[in-house]
Design a protein around this ligand. Structure first.
Ligand code: NHX
Ligand code: ZN
Length: 411
């Protein structure tokens, strides 16, 4: 900070001296953002740095043996001057890894961990579709932390499974004190999501449903695709919006219209965002056709958003609202129909959640088929209620194997 331009000069001098070499700039958008798009003044320093970078890049040619590579998650905000011929003139898109990529990335991160023989990297890779490299690094680190916290000598599959849920759904907050009424409301809300998800074709398989508070939520229902997916159909989107409304609708059916809570705020946000995108971005409304009705980037000027409805007529705006509302209304109606038809399952699943707190997708499917849920003691003890007070559970259930001689957290 404060010497940006001179440091850029210095970096290129060093590069030329050590040629052949590669200069790698991470997070290039920090200096390479579109000039003039900032709020007020205060970015002179950044602009000078960027200008110096542009000057230096023009000042050397391929013969000098210096290759310049930069990385960003936001190629769209870069100053166009950076991308001209002779500068950063080719782009390599690095998408989130596929199953094979995830396996290889996991192998890098687990290198220094003492692993239990039951750990199957392929299984972890298969169960983490959509994870980025950073998510996977995070997953491995969380697994190591969990093992260390339990004084385990080796990191087992159990820790990876729990770490995955932590990365996907947020940290468990078992200490949160919930009243019986809140627990019941949460159980029916989550059971509603889970059942509408299961009985509406087009939804991903249920991964887990829990009424243990996680992250900012009092309860979570999580679906996971079976394989990597690259696109989503309109039918799948409608199924997902219906599932999202399963929570609120279950509250309404069981506790009555006046007893619904503020808790569904995030569900409503997700559903509305999805329905809006279907209409304005993905051309999925017959009445509006395949036109884009929103700008790519919301630009903020002097603290105000200025892109909205630049060229949109009032009629179009009204039509968009109507189409979004139609998608939402249909999804909500569908959720209500499914839950009324399966009210027996709604009660039994909510009760099972009150008893067990967390259920896997396969346990929920067993329950629906009328099978008894097997409590697998050595697999998921922490999420089952027992008569042992929680504070003592770890002492009883976890065998201490002595301190790990090497640091477990190696990544
Ligand atoms: C509150 N939280 O704010 C309490 C603590 C309806 C049983 N008074 O939909 O927990 O009510 O299916 C990301 C994720 C706000 C952002 C979840 C912002 C939740 C979660 C509010 C379950 N599960 N709502 C859900 C819930 C709440 C909230 C969020 C968020 C509830 C619901 C939160
Ligand atoms: Zn919900």
């Amino acid at each position: 900070v404060g010497v940006g331009a001179s440091r850029v000069r210095d970096m290129f001098d060093q590069g030329k001296k050590s040629a052949p070499c590669i200069i790698f700039i991470d997070e290039i958008d920090a200096v390479g953002r579109h000039r003039g798009a900032g709020l007020g003044g205060g970015n002179d320093e950044r602009e000078q740095t960027l200008n110096q970078l542009l000057v230096e890049m023009d000042g050397f040619d391929a013969a000098e043996g210096v290759i310049l590579i930069a990385a960003t998650n936001r190629p769209d905000v870069l100053d166009p001057a950076l991308l001209r011929p002779g500068r950063f003139d080719r782009q390599v898109v690095v998408p989130n890894p596929d199953i094979q990529g995830r396996q290889k990335i996991l192998n890098v991160h687990i290198r220094r961990l003492p692993l239990s023989p039951d750990v199957d990297v392929k299984v972890i890779a298969r169960g983490t579709p959509g994870f980025s490299g950073a998510d996977l690094a995070n997953l491995v680190n969380e697994a190591a932390l969990l093992a260390a916290r339990k004084n385990k000598r080796l990191v087992t599959m159990r820790e990876f499974e729990d770490a995955k849920d932590k990365v996907l759904m947020g940290a468990e907050r078992r200490s949160m004190v919930m009243t019986q009424k809140e627990k019941e409301l949460t159980a029916y809300h989550e059971a509603g999501h889970a059942l509408v998800g299961i009985f509406t074709p087009g939804n991903d398989p249920l991964h887990k449903v829990t009424i243990i508070p996680r992250g900012r939520a009092l309860g979570v229902t999580m679906n996971l695709p079976e394989r990597d997916r690259y696109s989503e159909s309109k039918m799948e989107m409608k199924a997902k919006i219906a599932m999202i409304f399963g929570g609120r609708v279950a509250e309404e059916i069981i506790f009555g219209k006046d007893n619904i809570t503020s808790g569904a705020s995030n569900d409503i946000l997700q559903a509305t965002n999805k329905a809006r995108a279907m209409v304005v971005e993905w051309g999925m409304s017959d009445r509006l056709g395949p036109l884009r009705y929103s700008e790519n980037e919301e630009e903020v000027f002097l603290g105000r958003s200025v892109t909205q409805s630049k060229t949109m007529s009032d009629e179009t705006a009204k039509l968009i609202d109507e189409e979004i509302r139609l998608l939402i209304d249909n999804a909500e109606k569908h959720a209500r129909k499914v839950l009324k038809k399966n009210i027996k399952h709604l009660h039994s699943l909510a009760n099972a959640l009150l008893e067990f707190e967390t259920l896997s997708g396969s346990e929920v499917n067993d329950l629906i088929k009328g099978k008894k849920i097997k409590i697998n003691d050595d697999v998921d003890i922490n999420s089952k209620k027992t008569s042992i007070p929680r504070s003592n559970q770890s002492k009883v259930k976890e065998k201490k194997i002595g301190l790990n001689p090497e640091p477990v957290i190696g990544s």
